[in-house]
Design a protein around this ligand. Structure first.
Ligand SMILES: C[S@@+](CC[C@H](N)C(=O)[O-])C[C@H]1O[C@@H](n2cnc3c(N)ncnc32)[C@H](O)[C@@H]1O
Length: 269
């Protein structure tokens, strides 16, 4: 990796190490981190609340992958890996940050599921051998690494020929969130700062990064503004100012302004 890329990775690691996805929903500061109560408290704010369409995707993919080996990139607290494990998929769960890996391990123990492994990995230089996995799952990760193209190609390298990358999601432009992010921070649910990297691409740019894959599905998602759990001025402006008006836009037009693009692609042999 170049020095620039290394610096981006360090900044991304520092940020996510102290903001593991889920902490923004903790309202009871006395909750013991990593206790069963902690995960139960966060659970309603994760999927399907965050991304209602994801559970259907997990169900569909897990049926195809039962008994097979899936790598999750950027697992955070392990909520998605947990769903795959419960559905009989063998899972290796990885994240850039030690704090996510610790929390995901704890989460799996509490839920009494057994992954193949949970470990720190950087998607920009994975330590796995070529052609290892039957599938890779990444949710909200690849566009936030500092080098999206390289992340996709590393995913390709570790997939077996004919195996699938299931990537939920990239950030699209033009989109309503791209517009909002130009006026201020993208983050509505964190009180604090945004992650150091969040790259927006046109759909054409995203698909062009899937060299060596056959793209079997590319879906525009998040074309409605969803509720947010956070209180405060920014959340109020979003909830009472932007959201009701934006959501009046007819679906076919709103879909063109969707904020996310999810891609499922199969590695060519
Ligand atoms: C938006 S969070 C999503 C977490 C989880 N997938 C979820 O949906 O709850 C992004 C995650 O990607 C991880 N991440 C960021 N850059 C990464 C990289 N280069 N390699 C692996 N993971 C990375 C972060 O540490 C963080 O846990």
């Amino acid at each position: 990796m170049t020095e620039l890329a290394q610096n981006a990775v360090s900044a991304v690691r520092d940020y996510w190490d102290s903001h593991t996805l889920g902490f923004q929903y903790v309202r009871d500061k006395d909750l013991g981190i990593g206790t069963p109560e902690f995960f139960a408290h966060i659970r309603p704010w994760m999927n399907p609340y965050k991304f209602p369409w994801i559970m259907e995707r997990i169900d569909k993919q897990a049926k195809l992958l039962r008994g097979k080996h899936l790598l999750e990139i950027g697992c955070g607290m392990g909520f998605d890996s947990l769903e795959f494990l419960k559905r009989g998929v063998r899972v290796t769960a990885t994240d850039l940050t030690p704090s996510a890996v610790r929390l995901a391990r704890r989460h799996f123990e509490i839920e009494r599921v057994t992954p193949e492994e949970v470990r720190v990995e950087n998607v920009l230089e994975l330590s796995f051998r070529d052609n290892t996995f039957d599938a890779v799952w990444a949710n909200g990760v690849l566009h936030a690494t500092g080098d999206t193209r390289r992340a996709i190609q590393e995913v390709r390298r570790v997939l077996k020929p004919g195996a699938r990358a299931i990537i939920s999601h990239f950030y699209r432009k033009p989109s309503w969130m791209y517009l909002l992010s130009r006026f201020g921070k993208e983050n509505i649910e964190y009180k604090e700062e945004d992650p150091p990297v969040n790259e927006f691409y046109t759909e054409r740019e995203i698909l062009a990064m899937f060299g060596g894959f056959d793209v079997i599905e590319a879906v525009q998602e998040h074309y409605r503004a969803l509720p947010v759990c956070r209180e405060g001025v920014k959340a109020a402006l979003y909830t009472y100012g932007f959201k009701p008006f934006y959501n009046l836009i007819p679906s076919p037009i709103a879909r063109r302004l969707a904020y996310k693009l999810s891609v499922t692609a199969v590695k060519r042999g």
